[in-house]
Design a protein around this ligand. Structure first.
Ligand SMILES: O=C(O)c1ccccc1N[C@@H]1O[C@H](COP(=O)(O)O)[C@@H](O)[C@H]1O
Length: 241
């Protein structure tokens, strides 16, 4: 395990556009233009990863599958792909893009047998997104409760899940800082790497997350702070180097 925090700039796609939401609420979108342009900009700035989300697929309002595939194919960097990956067909389509790994949300809550099967088949190509309000997991575009964080985490650990992407829904898109206690608590409950998501607003926030690397935090997703130019990706990469 590296002791440097990985950074994953985010491109969330809704209706063909790169957007940011507030607390994941449908309708709270601010648009930031073409997803491919944003992704290429993060790549040029030195990103090693892109966190790419098909929000329409996550919300059940259609999908941006062709666009997401094009973005993934055009990049040289590693892509973590999420949103609407819930069955064999959507998983096969996601993996066929050439992404490095996929991130499953709703499926881990609603179809645990299928998730156990794909973890066994695909190993570290599968991460699970633990999207929480308090300790309650959220699925279906973060609109439905899906059980207790620590019960689901224990089950997924036992099934061999390689990695978790932990999002505090109430911080996501708010620029109010990451939930460091949640990250500490999840790291204490699992020996798998954790990618932090939600709330990053400053380089100081990234440095605070980086202090949790020894506890198991591997990376941090950065979205709104980059789009709203709170800092540049180059500055962020330098800060955590
Ligand atoms: O990233 C968001 O802002 C977001 C908002 C609302 C719902 C989901 C969101 N993102 C990611 O989507 C996947 C879950 O998709 P699914 O449940 O597997 O279809 C997960 O990675 C969320 O973090």
């Amino acid at each position: 395990m590296s002791n440097r925090l990985e950074l994953l700039p985010a491109v969330d796609v809704r209706d063909g556009q790169a957007v940011r939401l507030v607390k994941g609420a449908s309708g709270s979108e601010t648009s930031f233009g073409e997803p491919l342009a944003a992704a290429l900009a993060w790549q040029s700035a030195g990103a090693e990863w892109l966190h790419l989300v098909d929000l329409d697929a996550a919300f059940g309002t259609g999908d941006n599958r062709a666009l997401v595939r094009e973005v993934t194919e055009r990049l040289d960097i590693k892509v973590e792909l999420s949103g609407g990956i819930r069955d064999d067909a959507t998983l096969a389509a996601a993996l066929a893009t050439g992404c490095r790994r996929v991130n499953l949300g709703t499926a881990a809550l609603e179809t645990p047998e299928w998730v156990a099967k794909v973890i066994a088949e695909h190993g570290d190509k599968i991460a699970v997104g633990l999207d929480v309000v308090g300790t309650t997991l959220k699925g279906r575009g973060w609109t439905k409760d899906g059980g207790d964080l620590y019960e689901v985490l224990a089950r997924l650990d036992a099934e061999g899940c390689a990695r978790y992407v932990v999002t505090d829904v109430n911080r996501d898109g708010t620029l109010t800082g990451p939930n460091l206690q949640l990250l500490r608590d999840v790291c204490a409950a699992t020996d798998r790497p954790v990618v932090a998501s939600g709330g990053v607003s400053s380089l100081a926030d990234l440095l605070a997350i980086a202090t949790l690397v020894p506890e198991g935090v591997e990376g941090a997703i950065v979205g709104k702070a980059l789009y709203e130019q709170k800092f540049t990706l180059e500055e962020a990469l330098e800060a955590v180097s």
